[in-house]
Design a protein around this ligand. Structure first.
Ligand code: ADP
Length: 399
């Protein structure tokens, strides 16, 4: 079964095309700057690389270009669109409706639409992508995989905010959590690496990329996570503040900042970018810090300190665990950040191995000492293959 996995953002479409159940990547690519005059589309496959520079007016036009690239007679992966057997879509918010991936029908489209106001930047383009894929090949099975689904196992004590209860009842304001597909995928991989059954694995997973989140996983289920109603809560991120005193918002609002100003500030101008006044990119900040830039150094310290605090808190939640797992662009590649985060935790059972850490870049394995009571693992994430697997499972069950 050939599965096309689509991640549709507001101005971009990323995709990977898999042969399932092997999980072999037949092609991968992206369409950037949808709706702008200088759109760029590219694809890589065993047959070669394609780059197309032509304006792409909307997501339907983007999907049509993806179809063209996939079926390119010289450098494509298939001859005809009929060789696509199913589509899997990343959908950011499934609220309390979806605790697993689902086959899409009109009811599911309506359900995703109902979550739009919880993720106004993400769910509408996700929906547009699904509609465009449906138009591309009518009758093709489509599956939705939700970023929030894995965290639907959180107990009430972890997902309720201490606000008047009616705020939850009326507005469904609660912790949902995100990056669920990644946390679920790396947790399963980590359990295998540890030789522990997935349903017995107690783990703290850290997805550290542009967006950053952590999860406390008990017996394979997410029992707490750092992102909340939206992806703004929790860790310090590239441009997001993570946890702050909510009263800062009232204070600044009274000083004349509008809701939109504050939203933009906390989501797009804060985090390590705001602190350093240099960049949201951890690589750049590490270089600057090495060169003596104090603000860059402090921003990285604040980032690492927040992760440390969450590790401590989740160790208490889980009453100890098998391993702390690192993933995402930073978790997988940044030896310097891993050292800042994980050194000095030996008294709570995490014995960081600096040498193993240096050697572990772009691959998976342990970076803790052999004697460490709690292991520290680097596990490269692969959200696309996780979506392809869910799609394969649901579609083959239906067939
Ligand atoms: P996204 O959340 O957009 O998927 P990624 O998971 O790719 O992002 O993570 C992006 C972050 O990873 C950036 O801050 C980048 O600096 C960092 N990163 C990627 N590669 C490296 C590397 N080799 N060394 C240090 N940091 C890296």
């Amino acid at each position: 079964m050939n599965v096309l996995v689509i991640n549709c953002g507001s101005s971009s479409i990323k995709y990977k095309f898999f042969a399932m159940p092997e999980g072999k990547v037949l092609a991968s690519g992206s369409v950037e700057k949808v709706g702008e005059s200088e759109s760029k589309s590219k694809q890589k496959s065993a047959a070669g690389e394609i780059v197309i520079e032509e304006p792409i007016s909307d997501h339907s036009a983007g999907l049509a270009v993806i179809r063209r690239m996939l079926t390119d007679p010289e450098k494509g992966a298939i001859r005809d669109v009929s060789e696509i057997d199913a589509c899997g879509h990343r959908v950011v918010h499934g609220a309390e409706r979806y605790s697993d991936s689902v086959l899409i029908d009109e009811g599911v489209l309506e359900g995703i639409r109902a979550c739009n106001d919880l993720a106004p930047l993400h769910n509408p383009p996700n929906l547009t992508g699904i509609r465009a894929a449906m138009e591309l090949s009518p009758g093709l099975p489509q599956v939705a995989c939700f970023d929030t689904a894995f965290h639907q196992t959180l107990p009430e004590k972890a997902f309720l905010y201490a606000l008047p209860h009616e705020i939850y009842e009326k507005y469904r304001v609660r912790r949902y959590g995100f990056h669920g597909t990644s946390h679920r995928y790396v947790a399963k991989q980590a359990a295998e690496m540890l030789g522990v059954a997935p349903e017995k694995a107690d783990l703290i997973t850290c997805h550290l990329g542009n967006g950053c989140s952590m999860a406390a996983i008990k017996g394979g289920h997410s029992v707490d996570t750092s992102m909340g109603l939206t992806p703004l809560e929790g860790l310090v991120m590239g441009t997001r503040s993570g946890d702050i005193d909510p009263a800062i918002i009232f204070y600044l609002a009274r000083k004349g900042f509008s809701v939109d100003d504050l939203d933009a500030m906390m989501n797009r101008k804060s985090g390590v970018l705001g602190l350093s006044e240099i960049s949201n990119d951890i690589r750049t900040l590490c270089e600057q810090a090495d060169g003596g830039n104090k603000k860059a150094d402090l921003a990285l310290d604040i980032f690492a300190y927040r992760v440390k605090k969450y590790i401590g808190s989740y160790l208490a939640v889980l009453n100890g665990c098998h391993a702390v797992v690192l993933t995402g662009g930073i978790g997988e590649n940044s030896t310097a950040m891993r050292e800042r985060i994980l050194s000095g935790l030996d008294q709570i059972g995490l014995q960081f191995d600096a040498e193993k850490n240096q050697a572990m870049v772009g691959c998976g394995g342990a970076i803790s000492k052999e004697s460490s009571p709690i292991k520290i693992l680097v596990v490269p994430t692969d959200e696309e293959v996780a979506i392809a697997r869910d799609t394969y499972k649901l579609v083959s069950k239906e067939a």
